[in-house]
Design a protein around this ligand. Structure first.
Ligand SMILES: [Fe+2]
Ligand SMILES: [Fe+2]
Length: 197
């Protein structure tokens, strides 16, 4: 269990999967947009920090992977006769953005952005794990297993890049703070029938 929670302090109640499965169209649409946002925010990191060679090297393939995930979710929607639909408000990511520090120097900003991405990857991974384990639809179970593994890999990359570019020890303490705050956010935002987060 520990290895799948990736440090997260509050586990999702698995009964969320039963509610999610009854609203699978909403969940898949929300999921598609999560992949789009992951793609867009990873591109933004590359564009904002082109001087960080390791970051550019490691994030470029992740952009392609996230967009491929988007394509895969679109295919799952199509198989079920659903369409993409409009983008929904993302209360989880908005709440996370409100706890990230906006001041400091460029290195601080980079640390905050990388840790924010690592947190979202960790929580997505945790939710995908539940979908893999508890969905009745076997094809979707396999789909979410693959995605869980991919997002766990992304989580590791974001966290390791944060450590590469901020080697003053501030990453560990900030990561602990963010994990505690993320748990508070999760506590205030119970899992929804129509959202991945
Ligand atoms: Fe993804
Ligand atoms: Fe990811």
């Amino acid at each position: 269990m520990k290895t799948f929670t990736l440090g997260l302090k509050l586990a999702t109640d698995p009964s969320w999967v039963n509610i999610a499965e009854m609203n699978i169209e909403d969940i898949l649409v929300d999921h598609a947009y999560c992949e789009q946002k992951a793609t867009s925010s990873t591109i933004s990191l590359i564009v904002q920090f082109p001087d960080k060679q390791e970051l550019v090297e490691q994030l470029t393939p992740i952009v392609a992977e996230e967009w491929h995930h988007f394509e895969l979710v679109i295919a799952e929607l199509r198989k079920r006769g659903f369409r993409l639909g409009t983008r929904r408000a993302d209360h989880y990511v908005k709440a996370l953005q409100s706890i990230t520090k906006t001041g400091g120097d460029r290195a601080d900003q980079l640390r905050e952005k990388l840790l924010l991405s690592a947190l979202i990857e960790a929580r997505s991974c945790e939710r995908f794990r539940l979908l893999w384990k508890y969905l009745d639809d076997q094809a979707l179970q396999e789909f979410y297993y693959e995605l869980m593994v991919a997002e766990a890999g992304h989580y590791k990359v974001f966290l390791s890049l944060a450590k590469i570019y901020r080697s003053d020890g501030s990453v560990e303490s900030r990561w602990k703070e963010l994990l505690a705050q993320e748990a508070e956010i999760m506590n205030a935002l119970p899992p929804r029938r129509d959202r991945l987060h």
